[in-house]
Design a protein around this ligand. Structure first.
Ligand code: 4AD
Length: 418
């Protein structure tokens, strides 16, 4: 392993012999000389192979090992070239099915191969940094990372998007959210977060809906809704700064104009649901669609916007009613340009009477939520939390046009293969 130089380190070896390995990304045959652009996980490098039959034989996407000398060459894409002494084919590729003319549908059918593209690779590198940034952010603030089960007996976010699965001789559901379990855990750990898959049987074909997505959630004891929104701003800014610092090459490759990311600062704009509906000339109880969310952000200057104070029936049963106006809850969605909702959070109900009243309103059976109700019997405290769709924030950061581009193997209503 340590004999091989990663492509990104090649400039350090100018004038020296190196051994590298990777895949044939492009190939150009001239009479006696073959030019290969080799890719590894760290970048691209040009190889010039003169009178080497193995180089002539190597096809696009073949895996190869090269030995040769590093030269500075302004004509090469990276400014360096390797003049090969030896080329060894490790896995000779059959004719690669992905060429220049490709439809989105086709690249999704051959996703197992399309994940090698520069486009998906760049997005996945940004995605990896987003996971890293989230963990760093919480680690610096003394949080505990806590996991919850994927099989659940009852809904967190309403029955319409539940996936039912067979669980021995019972029917249970795939989790929509870690939250209800998190609310149990804050009585000991106080400040917690997770990053885990959530499942939604979404019957909508939009640019931002997946059936399985990665959900970052946090829950904090003693925190109110206003403090939570400020915390959300800090997290978003932290992720943006981290990605700008560590993903410059990827964002350039993706042609993402980063001026909006560089300009981000707190506080983010806030608009109440009531005022947003007035602005949109809709009734106060109109349920905002994702297109309308994107239009609203545009009209407000294409910056992050908190939509706050939702009508009670529009949101989840666990949200605390606004003591100033009981028709609304202490909840907010953070909307980001081009996508709409990326984070959803709220202050939670913290007395048993309130919870019972809410469950009645939402027609939930007490027997299905007995353990959750128990939490409010033993030292309940004010608490808040939110959930962030990792794919949606990656979409925003990379400028990807569809959420399916931000996860290696997307699951949607129409797609479980490959
Ligand atoms: O707004 P949601 O449904 O909130 C919850 O699940 C809360 N229990 C979270 C919490 O407070 N702990 O989902 C939170 C976020 C959304 O803002 C969105 O970014 C993402 O999860 N999300 C989806 N992402 C991709 N595909 C889907 N089908 C999604 N549904 C929600």
């Amino acid at each position: 392993m340590k004999d091989f130089v990663p492509v990104k380190d090649i400039p350090k070896y100018e004038g020296k012999k190196v051994k590298i390995r990777g895949w044939v990304y492009r190939k150009r045959d001239q009479k006696k000389i073959v030019f290969i652009i080799l890719r590894d996980s760290s970048g691209l490098i040009q190889i010039a192979a003169k009178d080497i039959p193995e180089a002539q034989k190597a096809t696009i996407e073949s895996s190869i090992i090269i030995e040769g000398k590093v030269k500075k060459d302004d004509r090469a894409p990276s400014g360096y070239e390797i003049s090969a002494d030896k080329v060894e084919i490790v896995g000779l590729a059959e004719r690669f099915p992905i060429g220049k003319d490709i439809s989105d549908e086709f690249t999704r059918d051959v996703r197992h191969l399309w994940v090698r593209s520069r486009y998906i690779t760049s997005i996945l590198k940004v995605r990896s940094e987003v996971f890293k940034a989230i963990r760093e952010f919480y680690s610096e603030r003394g949080f505990f990372e806590v996991q919850a089960p994927s099989f659940t007996a009852s809904a967190c976010e309403g029955g319409s998007t539940l996936f039912a699965v067979k669980y021995f001789d019972k029917e249970v559901y795939l989790t929509q959210s870690w939250q209800l379990y998190a609310e149990a855990m804050i009585h000991s750990l106080e400040k917690i977060f997770t990053i885990a898959p959530s499942y939604r049987a979404e019957k909508s074909r939009t640019i931002r809906h997946l059936a399985e997505y990665w959900h970052h959630e946090m829950e904090v004891a003693w925190m109110d809704h206003d403090e939570m929104m400020e915390f959300e701003e800090d997290l978003i800014i932290y992720i943006v700064k981290h990605v700008l610092k560590h993903c410059e090459a990827e964002l350039k490759e993706l042609e993402r104009d980063t001026s909006d990311l560089k300009a981000i600062k707190k506080p983010f704009m806030k608009i109440s649901y009531k005022d947003a509906m007035k602005k949109m000339k809709k009734p106060a109880t109109h349920d905002i669609t994702d297109k309308e969310e994107r239009k609203l952000i545009e009209d407000l200057g294409s910056k992050p916007v908190f939509l706050t104070g939702f009508p009670r029936k529009m949101k989840a049963f666990y949200m605390k009613v606004d003591p100033k106006d009981k028709k609304y809850v202490l909840a907010s969605d953070l909307l980001l340009p081009g996508i709409g909702e990326v984070v959803g959070g709220s202050q939670r109900i913290d007395t048993l009477d309130e919870l019972k009243e809410s469950m009645k309103l939402f027609k939930l059976k007490e027997k299905d939520y007995a353990w959750y109700m128990d939490l409010l019997r033993y030292g309940a405290v004010p608490h808040s939390g939110f959930g962030l769709g990792v794919e949606r924030i990656v979409m925003w950061l990379t400028g990807a046009k569809h959420v399916m581009d931000t996860i290696p193997f997307p699951r949607t209503m129409d797609r479980v293969y490959p």
